[in-house]
Design a protein around this ligand. Structure first.
Ligand code: GTP
Ligand code: MG
Length: 174
């Protein structure tokens, strides 16, 4: 019997790169729900934001991975309950150039752990914009145990994203 698809949820604060992550990786046309940003503070950062979800799909070693990106804005957090249903694992993105995204990540780790006891990891995104290569401080800020990985990533680079997902799946399914 064919293996069940692995449902991987990609979460993180506003502007951490979730939609980019799913878009870079997906083998199918991504279903995204980006709409124009509505507040001045959002508009200063970017012109669109995810209001419901991103959906993409890839194969890794014949296994089908379904990718579900969440919105980053707290006003859409009701979508988390829906997207977290029956997930097999989750990734929490941090924007390494924006310290505020770390607090949000700590909070998201707790929320998603409450949904299900599944493997998860942190993705230190926008690594092309940051000189950081030692994530000891980030680990401390997130109060993350040693067995939880932090993967550096450049979500605009398909190979980088693919590497993260491959390593995560290897660790999650062994
Ligand atoms: N330099 C660089 N830019 C990135 C990277 N990942 C994402 N970006 C940029 O960061 C911005 C935000 O990316 P999105 O993918 O829209 O972020 P998001 O997390 O989906 O945002 P929301 O859905 O609004 O929460 C875009 O301008 C991306 O091009 C990266 O690894 N490096
Ligand atoms: Mg998005």
């Amino acid at each position: 019997m064919a293996e069940q698809p692995f449902k991987l949820v990609i979460t993180g604060a506003f502007n951490t790169g979730k939609t980019t992550f799913v878009r870079s990786l997906s083998e199918i046309d991504v279903v995204d729900t980006d709409r124009a940003t509505s507040t001045a503070s959002e508009q200063r950062v970017k012109s669109t934001t995810t209001v419901a979800m991103d959906y993409g799909r890839i194969h890794i070693d014949k296994r089908v991975i379904q990718l579900f990106g969440t919105p980053g804005q707290t006003r859409f957090e009701f979508m988390r309950d829906i997207l977290a249903k029956d997930m097999d694992g989750f990734l929490v993105l941090v924007d390494t150039t924006d310290a505020a995204t770390v607090d949000a990540a700590a909070n998201l780790v707790e929320r998603f752990k409450d949904y299900a006891s599944v493997p998860f990891a942190i993705v230190a995104n926008k690594s092309d914009l940051s000189a950081e290569s030692n994530y000891a401080t980030l680990r401390q800020q997130l109060d993350l145990p040693e067995n939880i990985q932090i993967y550096p990533c450049t979500a605009t680079d398909r190979e980088s994203v693919r590497n993260v997902v491959r390593q995560f799946l290897d660790a999650a399914t062994k």
